[in-house]
Unconditional design. Structure first.
Length: 84
């Protein structure tokens, strides 16, 4: 069972665009997601009408490939492109 989580907990390199938001890496994907949510809540970027959507500020737009609004589910896929 420990091996199933080892890939999830493996420290990943973070792109410079993502590092602006979550800090310099390497860090596990779970930590990146946690820090991303701290940033979203701190800057009030969750859409008030549809809580599943994130309204990107200028820094997040770079991570989201220029998109102004993304769903929580899209966010995970877009953030993955910034991890290696």
């Amino acid at each position: 069972m420990a091996n199933a989580n080892s890939a999830f907990m493996k420290p990943m390199k973070i792109s410079s665009d993502l590092a602006v938001i979550v800090g310099a890496g390497p860090m596990p994907r779970s930590e990146v997601v946690k820090k991303l949510w701290v940033y979203i809540k701190k800057n009030d970027l969750q859409d008030p009408t549809n809580k599943r959507n994130i309204n990107a500020d200028e820094d997040l737009k770079k991570v989201f490939g220029g998109q102004k609004t993304v769903s929580m589910f899209e966010m995970t896929k877009l953030v993955s492109k910034h991890l290696s």
